[in-house]
Unconditional design. Structure first.
Lengths: 642, 173, 111
């Protein structure tokens, strides 16, 4: 019955094999072979995942746990290397391998101009990335999740800095790594805290079973620490600045980071720990507030960005904020739902943007685009669908998931809902500003670029089309109660994993229709305004006043630089020049010099003169007699050392 | 005070004075002569303890043979003048202090020992020190060590001859 | 005589020997001090043998108890005689090489 689920180790195994083959053989394999291996392993994983997904329907409340071997086993501390297959992880498996596969296929065309060696390196990193994410999702305890968590961080570093000859890209990679690391500290501390409370186990089922015996303080502290980890990984305030910079990597990598892997790790972790979070209302409030603040803040920044990828990056940050809002108000299913739909349309947006960038010969600034509609019909249509989906226009997928979160927020607190809806309007506005400036109007680039404009090869367009279909229909996995009773398939599917769904459906239908109406109307207004404004008169000049503030991302990077980096560097310099040079070096060299001096002095004892030796012998005799016959009198002194 | 005690104290003081003089004499010849005095005093103690055999052997072997050997060596080397340079006073002080420490500690240990309280060594009496008794034990129970000691003497003799032999060629004077 | 007296006398003689070894640099004097120390020990052994004999006479168990101590003294003398013969020949040898009996010239142990 569970024949696929018992083979779950194959899912991460294949990407690992692909990583090893491509990584080790990157100099000897040919490009088609690399593509075949890189995509093939993900496809196999996807196939197994599909099998697992269909089995997972029937699991009920008992997940399948596959323990491969003992990872850490010492007395009082037992952590197996095990995989847990349940509804939640199988859903994520599907998203990761499915979207990941499409991105791999897309990459074969996008990266075609790279040298073979780098091409192999790229695919090995991609496979490793998918492997890490699968490990993260499949782990049956927090430690395995942490391994995947770190692996994802490593791969993001490697891939953001893929073009390592450009120093700015290296800085971006380093920034991503360090920001993630700050979050990881929180996550790790949270794990330790759990470990100390459960007495040596990190396995989910056991932790959650014991969770009811934790004190409120412990649960709040654990969840807060875990949330700090999620902040870093999922780019929430204040650790979000790495994500826009992560655009330094190749565009398919951005798609992978933003859609299938990496940033959803934080969401997954919190959903996985929903038992703990439900027990800690204080943390939930913090999560909701930070999520909402991030959503709004990032949306405002996105309005004034001119880099096509930066806009998408800030929109990701904003959408992640939505997901955290959903987690904070207890709509775990809604958050997972939004992860899923977001994976579809955000991957689509990035791949579409990549297609445009590819055609524009690496031009990323939307002020020099425009009118691409007629050159790239497939890209144009799919991009438009994705924009509609992210803007929350029914019946596209974004509408359902976003509406579910907003409805939950409304139940929780009206203010949360108001800001959420405004943010939704902003989202629609900046997405269609992007769309209009890219595809509408007339072409503003050079003639040479215009001459080269062409539709992308089928390896790129087919993933676009598949994702577009998913973006359009993906929402029907979770049709809200108002439209059809008992039609929310995802909620049914996930119900065994999410212990206490506070997402009750007590809003009456009228209110819910009204809420939908308001958000859709706002989005439509924003779309129409953006369409009409930016298709005719694109915003080319530099922003002024408040716009400049937004264009410069609220000067957050500069703020961090001034408040954190500069003092840190200064104190580092002080430590280096004062403490290190005179203090630590002084101690170290002093010890060395002292020993040398003592050695020189003690050497004089070995004078070779018989008299000295006899003297020492006599003194030793005195000492021995003292110890033997008067040793008891010294006991009080010896006892002091015991 | 009985005659025995008078003799004991006299011999003890003689031994200590002799030993001190051995130590502080500048002239090696004087040291040797004072050492002979010490040996005579100790032989006197042996007689007091009625250990006649050891008293005689002590006189013959130590005071007779060994000290004569010392005298021969000193005189052969013409060392009777004061050849010892007096410069390392630190060493002398350190030696005296450590020796004194050892003395104090050992005396304190022994006088504090309960085993030695109220025990006496019988003087003027007892026959275990007589040649007859010792001889019996020596040639029955201790005959093997006795014979081995003859081997020791042989090897000592050979060693002394080998070491003392003048080398044919002397590379450095 | 109380055994304490003999012990004290022996210790004093022994320590004089040690001080002599430590302070004098003439090899022959050092050698003589060693002989002095040996004799101090001999004296103590004889005294102890008589002490044991006294204990045995009281209980009338073994009239020759303590004779071992005196035999030890005998063997010590044997060994001392052998030692002196070898040691003196070494000193003669040393004098022949360095024209001195100062032990501080014998610092080749250093190398």
């Amino acid at each position: 019955m569970n024949q696929f689920s018992n083979l779950v180790y194959l899912v991460p195994l294949f990407p690992l094999i692909g990583f090893l083959i491509n990584g080790l053989g990157r100099k000897s394999l040919s490009k088609p072979l690399i593509s075949l291996i890189g995509c093939g392993v993900i496809l196999v994983s996807f196939a197994v995942s599909v099998g697992i997904f269909f089995e997972a329907r029937h699991f009920g409340n008992t997940p399948v746990i596959v323990n491969l071997f003992d990872f850490i086993k010492v007395p009082g501390f037992d952590i197996p290397f095990g995989f847990q297959v349940d509804q939640l992880s199988s859903l994520f498996l599907l998203i990761i391998t499915g979207v990941g596969f499409l991105i791999h296929v897309y990459s074969t065309a996008y990266m075609h101009e790279e040298a073979t060696q780098h091409y192999g390196r790229y695919f090995s990193y991609l496979n490793l990335f998918v492997f890490s994410m699968l490990l993260l999702v499949l782990g049956a305890n927090y430690l395995i999740m942490f391994i995947g968590w770190e692996g994802v961080g490593l791969c993001s570093y490697l891939l953001i800095g893929y073009w390592f000859k450009n120093n700015n890209y290296n800085y971006a990679a380093r920034k991503a790594f360090i920001m993630n690391r700050i979050g990881d500290v929180g996550f790790l501390l949270g794990i330790f805290w759990i470990l100390s409370k459960t007495g040596g186990t990190l396995t989910y089922s056991q932790v959650f079973a014991q969770a009811s015996s934790f004190s409120t303080f412990d649960v709040t502290a654990i969840t807060m620490l875990l949330f700090i980890g999620a902040m870093g990984k999922s780019a929430q305030i204040p650790l979000y600045t790495w994500l826009p910079d992560a655009m330094a990597g190749p565009t398919p990598v951005s798609a992978l980071i933003h859609a299938a892997t990496m940033v959803t790790a934080g969401i997954y972790m919190i959903v996985r720990s929903n038992v703990l979070y439900t027990m800690a209302p204080a943390t939930q409030t913090v999560v909701a507030i930070i999520g909402l603040a991030t959503a709004f803040f990032a949306a405002t920044i996105a309005i004034k960005q001119n880099d096509i990828k930066k806009v998408l990056a800030y929109s990701t940050v904003s959408q992640l904020g939505y997901m955290f809002l959903g987690l904070g108000v207890g709509a775990y299913t809604g958050a997972v739902f939004h992860v899923m739909t977001h994976a579809f349309f955000k991957a689509l947006l990035f791949l579409g943007a990549g297609s445009v960038i590819h055609a524009m010969q690496n031009q990323q600034d939307i002020r020099y685009m425009g009118g691409i509609k007629k050159y790239m019909p497939v890209t144009h249509i799919t991009f438009l669908l994705a924009c509609l989906a992210i803007s929350g226009i029914p019946p596209f997928s974004g509408f359902f998931s976003k509406d579910e979160i907003l409805a939950a927020a409304y139940e929780h607190n009206l203010i949360l809902w108001v800001i959420g809806v405004i943010t939704a309007g902003l989202t629609a506005f900046y997405m269609f500003r992007l769309y209009a400036m890219t595809f509408l109007g007339r072409f503003r680039g050079t003639h040479e670029q215009e001459h080269h404009l062409h539709e992308s090869p089928s390896a790129m367009t087919i993933p676009l089309i598949v994702l577009a279909i998913l973006s359009v229909v993906g929402g029907f996995a979770g049709i809200p109660e108002v439209f059809a009773s008992n039609a929310h398939g995802l909620e049914h599917f996930l119900s065994p994993v999410i212990a206490q769904n506070t997402e009750s459906h007590q809003l009456n239908h009228g209110t819910e229709y009204m809420l939908m109406g308001i958000s859709v109307a706002l989005a439509l207004i924003a779309i129409v305004y953006a369409w009409s404004r930016f298709s005719k008169k694109p915003e080319i000049e530099e922003a002024e006043g408040a716009g400049k503030l937004l264009a410069n991302k609220w000067y957050v990077d500069e703020l961090y630089d001034t408040v954190i980096s500069k003092p840190l560097l200064a104190s580092g310099n002080v430590l280096k020049n004062v403490v290190e040079k005179s203090g630590i070096d002084g101690i170290v060299n002093g010890v060395g010099r002292g020993i040398q001096y003592a050695g020189r002095q003690i050497r004089l004892m070995q004078s070779g003169q018989v008299g000295n030796y006899i003297l020492l012998m006599v003194l030793s005799m005195v000492l021995m007699i003292l110890l033997v016959f008067y040793g008891n009198n010294l006991n009080p002194i010896f006892n002091m050392f015991k | 005070m009985s005659t025995t005690e008078i003799l004991f104290w006299f011999l003890s003081v003689l031994a200590l004075v002799g030993a001190t003089m051995v130590l502080i004499s500048r002239n090696p010849i004087h040291s040797i002569l004072w050492l002979i005095v010490v040996f005579f005093a100790i032989s006197g103690h042996y007689i007091l303890l009625n250990a006649q055999f050891l008293a005689i052997v002590n006189l013959i072997v130590y005071a007779g043979a060994i000290m004569v050997l010392f005298l021969f060596v000193v005189m052969l080397m013409n060392l009777n003048s004061d050849t010892e340079p007096q410069k390392n006073n630190w060493m002398k002080i350190a030696g005296a202090i450590s020796g004194g420490c050892l003395l104090l500690i050992m005396i304190d240990v022994v006088s504090g020992s309960s085993d030695m309280q109220n025990k006496t060594a019988i003087v003027k009496e007892g026959n275990i020190g007589l040649i007859k008794v010792l001889g019996k034990v020596l040639f029955t129970d201790y005959v093997v060590p006795f014979e081995i000691s003859s081997v020791l003497f042989l090897s000592a003799m050979v060693g002394a001859v080998v070491i003392g032999k003048k080398e044919k060629e002397t590379p450095n004077p | 005589m109380p055994i304490q007296y003999y012990i004290t006398l022996s210790i004093v003689l022994f320590c004089i020997g040690i001080v002599g070894v430590l302070t004098r640099r003439n090899a022959i004097i050092i050698f003589m001090c060693i002989e002095l120390m040996l004799n101090a020990v001999n004296l103590l052994l004889v005294a102890f043998s008589k002490m044991h004999n006294a204990g045995a006479v009281g209980s009338d168990a073994n009239p020759t108890a303590g004779v071992d101590g005196q035999l030890f003294v005998f063997f010590i003398m044997v060994v001392a005689a052998a030692e002196v013969s070898v040691g003196l020949s070494i000193i003669v040898m040393m004098y022949r090489n360095t024209h001195s009996v100062d032990v501080n010239f014998l610092n080749r142990l250093k190398n």
